[in-house]
Design a protein around this ligand. Structure first.
Ligand SMILES: C[S@@+](CC[C@H](N)C(=O)[O-])C[C@H]1O[C@@H](n2cnc3c(N)ncnc32)[C@H](O)[C@@H]1O
Length: 403
């Protein structure tokens, strides 16, 4: 962004223009830019603010870059992280981006130092902090925390903020050409290189990583962190590594709804009671399986596993369990395309949701072959396990109950 762009963005003329053009669709905005009637900077903020509504309640007042918005923690997640991070009075946000983690951390009273080497993002972060009324509570530093080395940065730039600092780190995961990495080595900065350097000063470090991380890679990391999987509105969005005093358990699944925590499960007793699928089926939120807590969930709610590798649980009687979808089993048995087609025909079912596990077949391919449309209040689970071979369960969706 140019100086002219910044001067415009932070002026009252921008707010007036935003109000005037915010309802224009992308096509109209492009036309106005080509005629020289509005600037590209205005059009970009309008488009990004629109995209940001599902992440931020105050999206219409905030400032974004497109890549910064994509990488930003949502309000619900940033609030949850802030709650956990705030056990330390002083936190350094290493790579603050557009500032959302720093903002919610400052909002709960933590003293925050927000560092980024990208001056544009830092300027927008400051403006965003002002929107939330916390700009005075954050010290913004334009620095490359790896230059010339992390220890040099720590000793020369951070010690002014006192000792007993804890660190929050949200490494960039974007590669060239719009691709994203889930590898901890390819993230920027590379966690395998940076963490040992931070650990020379403190173990109190929290790191946000892709929820699609590889468990084998995670095991190679130093520091034996707590692993937390966080889902928001049913989508597993973030994984967190909590080191040092931040670590409270081995693994945790946290389910967030509209700005509130709905459910949290930590490592505990596990039940490996297996059974063929019983009358009622329970599909816990994806964060539970991703945190490898399905057997803990089964123990907590007295449910049976079908196999160690299937995140679907069952019980003979209906019961309320948190953060789960419920189903009633209609029929089940060995899966073949032919027999399932016959069954659907007999039962006059032409719509259902499909959930597949451990099969070569993809959902769309099976949908096509079964000539099955979406919806219809039923779900067909198809999976392969050593115990069952190829297997299907046809089930009726039970409406979501309040938990
Ligand atoms: C994923 S973004 C952070 C997003 C932020 N947590 C949010 O919610 O808006 C990562 C940030 O780290 C910054 N960064 C990466 N390496 C850095 C370094 N060596 N020094 C300073 N900043 C760095 C990038 O410029 C980028 O803004």
């Amino acid at each position: 962004m140019t100086e002219t762009d910044f001067a415009y963005l932070f002026s009252s003329a921008f707010e007036d223009d935003y109000q005037k053009y915010k309802s224009f669709d992308d096509f109209k905005l492009e036309r106005l830019i080509s005629r020289g009637e509005i600037s590209a900077a205005l059009s970009l903020q309008i488009k990004n603010r629109r995209r940001a509504f599902n992440k931020f309640s105050r999206a219409s007042e905030l400032f974004f870059t497109s890549s910064g918005l994509e990488q930003a923690s949502s309000e619900a997640i940033a609030r949850h992280l802030a709650e956990r991070l705030s056990i330390f009075p002083k936190v350094v946000d290493l790579g603050c981006g557009l500032g959302f983690n720093s903002i919610f951390l400052a909002a709960v009273g933590t003293s925050v130092t927000a560092v980024d080497c990208d001056l544009d993002r830092l300027r927008l972060a400051k403006a965003n902090a002002a929107v939330y009324g916390v700009a005075e509570k954050i010290t913004f530093l334009e620095e490359d925390f790896l230059s010339p080395s992390f220890s040099d940065f720590y000793e020369n730039k951070l010690l002014n903020f006192g000792t007993n600092l804890a660190f929050f780190l949200d490494p960039a995961r974007n590669l060239a050409g719009d691709r994203k990495t889930r590898s901890l080595i390819n993230s920027k900065p590379n966690l395998f290189e940076l963490l040992p350097k931070i650990f020379e000063f403190t173990n109190n470090v929290a790191v946000k990583i892709s929820p699609a991380f590889d468990y084998r890679e995670l095991e190679q990391l130093p520091g034996d962190p707590e692993l937390e999987l966080i889902s928001e509105n049913g989508v597993c969005k973030v994984a967190m590594l909590w080191f040092g005093a931040f670590k409270k358990t081995k693994r945790r699944a946290t389910v967030l709804g509209a700005n509130q925590k709905i459910f949290s499960l930590t490592s505990g007793p596990e039940s490996f009671e297996f059974s063929r699928p019983l009358n009622y089926l329970y599909l816990p939120d994806k964060a539970v399986a991703r945190a490898q807590l399905t057997a803990t969930f089964a123990a907590a709610y007295d449910l049976k596993l079908i196999s160690p590798i299937i995140p679907l649980l069952s019980a003979s009687n209906f019961k309320r369990v948190p953060a789960s979808r419920y189903f009633k089993t209609i029929s089940q048995g060995p899966f073949s395309l032919k027999s399932l087609k016959r069954l659907l025909k007999e039962q006059k079912i032409d719509r259902a949701e499909l959930v597949l596990w451990h099969l070569q077949l993809k959902v769309e391919e099976l949908r096509e072959r079964l000539k099955l449309k979406e919806g219809g209040g039923r779900t067909i689970f198809v999976f392969f396990t050593e115990q069952t071979g190829n297997y299907y369960i046809l089930a009726e969706n039970i409406q979501k109950l309040e938990t």
